[in-house]
Every structure is written in structure tokens, then in C-alpha cells.
Design a protein around this ligand. Structure first.
Ligand code: LLP
Length: 410
């Protein structure tokens, strides 16, 4: 039997008790100190995940950048920094935050289709590792701003390789019609600018084909596309020391408790076998979700169980303001009732939040043990793109954050 957790609001301490002695409901009755909704981040699982990445990529000339957008929580980023990872940033705010959390500027790469002039100038002065440049116009602007400031900016061309990542259309980025990257048909033109504009130092190629990718085939295809681009650049006389394959490795949203670590071995083996890396070049990747998704759980309290005419609603105190993925991408997160004793008969519910939107629905027709007001639900796999996408819609307060060290939430 696993442990359960309790959060003390007064001193922000976390208490752990064996489930056999107490249930969370007992806690609620005892001292009401559990704060919901809250994000619970398991730092031990995070470290285990980071160690798995280090061993899966051992022996490769590679640098892993953590995509801060997945979860910029300072303790999480500090753990990532301690392991020597770099950062993948998409705004100057993320660059500053990565540096503040201990990742040096020369390990920060910076993507984004809409980098503004002040953002570019600041990133140049901070000395970031590389700009991943997304358009021909951006090449001109970065060169101009760098020259104006007496600098030369390191850049890679973010090429849109026309690869279907077979994932939700909102998180597919490598297809021809996406706004991201420079179309592969413009590669020669982009390369010419990148290697001749005075304010630029061309370093290599960047691609990112999408997110929550669960098979290795799209990554294998990506390797062949990148090899071709690197060869073309070198034939044109440019040297390449930076090959960035982006992020996108998926996680198991169905069985997060039993399968908490993504297939990093498969991912890095695919790169190992697929990429032709020129001497002295470094492979870069930008993993977000696969590093943090399974480290996070949202705990939420059932406010009401409402018997509709045709449906039973479990109304909880977490909403789309805390986790927008189900509303935005029809994402399915596993949900468990922590308070129901083993053997409780089940029922089928729509699990909804308190926000004034019909889309504020976590799951429809979801089977849970019979659920009552006051029960605590665990929404799993909420470490990535949950708190980082949170809003204050309906003027809801930000959820509390607590950290655990490997305690199971069962
Ligand atoms: N690199 C670039 C250029 C990206 O745009 C992204 C994610 C990543 C790396 C990290 O991808 P990851 O390893 O996390 O898949 N909010 C959506 C996901 C959006 C991903 C945006 N870009 C979701 O909740 O599914």
C-alpha cells in the first residue's frame, strides 16, 4: 500500500502517512489542511527520469535542452540545471528564467516565430548558445540588430521538414501548412542568407515536428531529412556543428503510474543510428513533456456529485484554468479517486470543473468508484503543459504547489 500526502498551509510542509493508518478523508476531517486544487511534483521521479536520459544518451555527442514551456517551476528547472542540461526557450522571459535557475546562457537555445527586436537584442547580449531562426525576414533582422550592437549572432535554420508526426493537429508542427519554421523548399535561399549576412554565424539545422509522438518512425524519417540538409549545407561550403532535432517524445497517459518513464532508449537509439554527425558537431534535442509530465499530479476535491437527468456529474475544484489540455486537445488524463476504499462499486461520471464553460470537462463517461462530496481525485500526468498553461479565468486563484520525494499518491 502506498503513502498519501498532506500539505500544511501554515509552514508549507508536506506530511506523508501510510495509507493503512489514515485515508485522505480522515485528514480532511482531522485538520482540513490539504489545499486543493494543488499540483504535486515528485522530484525523485524527476531525477530518475533525468538519470534515464543521461544513461540512454551516454556516449553520444549530445546536449539535451529542457523545453521550459512544459513547466518552468523553479525547483524543476534547478534539478534539470544540476544535471548539466541546457534550456529550450521561446521567449526572453524563458531565457531569463533558465539563467536564474542555473542554466548558463551558453546552453540556452531560443526558438519562436515572433521574436521581437528587444528580445533578440537582449538574447544577443546575454550570449545565448543559438537562435533557431524561423523565417528569412528574421535572419535579416537578427543580422541587422547584431551588427548594430557590434556582435555576431549564432544561428541555426529551423526547417519545416514536411513530416507528419501523427499527433493532434494543434501540436503538429512539421507539416507544410504550419506557421513554424522555414519551408524546406526555401532552404538554399535561407542558407545563402545565413552564411553571407554579416551579423550571423551559421551553426546548423533545427527541426521540431510535433509533440506526444509515440513511435520512432517520425524521428527516423526526421534523421534522414536532417542528414540531407546537413550534406547540402556542407556541399555549399558551410560548416555544421549544431544539429537540433527538437522535442516531441510522448508519454503514457493511459498507464502513468505503472509506466512513468518515456522510451528515451528508443528515442536516442533512433538518433544514434539515424544521424550522420560531422566531426566536432553536437546533436541537440529539446525535450519537454517526456521530462516532466509524469512527475506531476493534480489533487482536486469533489465539491458536488450532481445527478443529471441522463448523466452523473462529478464537480471538482480544479478546472480548465489548472489543466486546459482536455478542453483544448481532447486530451485524456487518467483520474483516480484516492478516497474510495478498495472494492467500492463503480459508476460512470462526467468529471467537470467549476469554470463557466461547457468545455471545462476533464472526462466524459468516465468510470470511477462511487464518488462522494469531499473525495480527493488525482489527475495524473499533469507535470507538463498544466501549470504552465494555467490562467486566472473567472478570477480563480492559482493552485498551490507541493513537492514530494517519491511518495506514491494512491
Ligand atoms: N521544441 C520546440 C521548438 C517546441 O515547439 C516544443 C513544443 C518543444 C521543443 C517541446 O516539445 P515536447 O518535448 O514537450 O513535446 N501544449 C501542448 C504541447 C505544445 C508543444 C509546443 N511545442 C500539449 O499540452 O500537448
Amino acid at each position: 500500500m502506498g503513502s498519501i500526502i498532506r500539505h500544511d498551509k501554515e509552514d508549507n510542509a508536506l506530511f506523508v502517512q501510510q495509507k493503512k493508518d489514515y485515508t485522505i478523508n480522515n485528514y480532511m476531517k482531522l485538520d482540513q489542511s490539504i489545499v486543493t486544487p494543488c499540483y504535486v511534483y515528485d522530484l525523485a521521479l524527476l531525477r530518475q527520469t533525468l538519470d534515464t536520459i543521461i544513461s540512454a544518451s551516454a556516449g553520444m555527442p549530445a546536449r539535451v535542452h529542457y523545453a521550459l514551456k512544459a513547466n518552468p517551476d523553479a525547483r524543476i528547472v534547478a534539478e534539470v540545471a544540476q544535471r548539466g542540461f541546457g534550456a529550450d526557450c521561446v521567449s526572453i522571459g524563458e531565457v531569463r528564467h533558465a539563467i536564474a535557475c542555473g542554466i548558463s546562457a551558453d546552453k540556452c537555445v531560443y526558438s519562436g516565430v515572433g521574436k521581437t527586436d528587444p528580445e533578440i537584442i537582449e538574447a544577443i547580449h546575454l550570449g545565448i548558445e543559438c537562435f533557431n531562426v524561423e523565417s528569412l525576414e528574421e535572419l535579416q533582422i537578427i543580422s541587422h540588430l547584431a551588427s548594430q550592437n557590434g556582435k555576431v549572432a549564432p544561428i541555426a535554420l529551423r526547417i519545416n521538414p514536411h513530416i507528419d508526426a501523427h499527433t493532434h493537429h494543434y501540436i503538429t508542427t512539421g507539416l507544410a501548412e504550419n506557421k513554424f519554421g522555414i519551408d524546406i523548399s526555401l532552404f538554399d535561399q535561407a542558407l545563402h542568407l545565413a552564411t553571407t549576412l554579416p551579423g550571423l554565424r551559421f551553426r546548423g539545422i533545427h527541426c521540431h515536428i510535433g509533440s506526444q509522438i509515440l513511435t520512432n518512425e517520425p524521428f527516423a524519417l526526421l534523421c534522414t531529412r536532417i542528414n540531407d540538409l546537413v550534406a547540402r549545407a556542407r556541399q555549399a561550403g558551410a560548416s555544421v556543428d549544431y544539429i537540433n532535432v527538437g522535442g516531441g517524445l510522448g508519454v503514457d497517459y493511459e498507464e502513468p503510474v505503472t509506466n512513468p518513464i518515456a522510451d528515451f532508449q528508443g528515442f536516442f537509439d533512433t538518433l544514434r543510428q539515424g544521424l550522420d554527425v560531422p566531426a566536432g558537431a553536437l546533436i541537440h534535442c529539446e525535450l519537454g513533456r517526456s521530462i516532466v509530465a509524469q512527475c506531476g499530479t493534480i489533487l482536486s476535491c469533489v465539491i458536488y456529485v450532481k445527478e443529471g437527468l441522463e448523466r452523473h456529474f462529478v464537480i471538482i475544484d480544479a478546472g480548465m484554468n489548472n489543466l486546459i489540455r482536455p478542453a483544448l486537445y481532447q486530451a485524456v488524463h487518467r483520474i483516480d479517486n484516492l478516497s474510495a476504499p478498495n472494492g467500492t462499486p463503480t459508476a460512470t461520471y462526467d468529471i467537470v470543473g467549476p469554470v463557466c464553460e461547457t468545455a471545462d470537462t476533464f472526462a466524459e463517461g468516465y468510470v470511477l468508484p462511487r464518488t462522494r462530496r469531499g473525495d480527493i481525485l488525482a489527475i495524473r500526468s499533469a507535470g507538463a503543459y498544466a501549470e504552465s498553461m494555467a490562467s486566472q479565468y473567472n478570477l480563480r486563484q492559482p493552485a498551490a504547489v507541493v513537492y514530494t520525494e517519491g511518495e506514491e499518491i494512491l
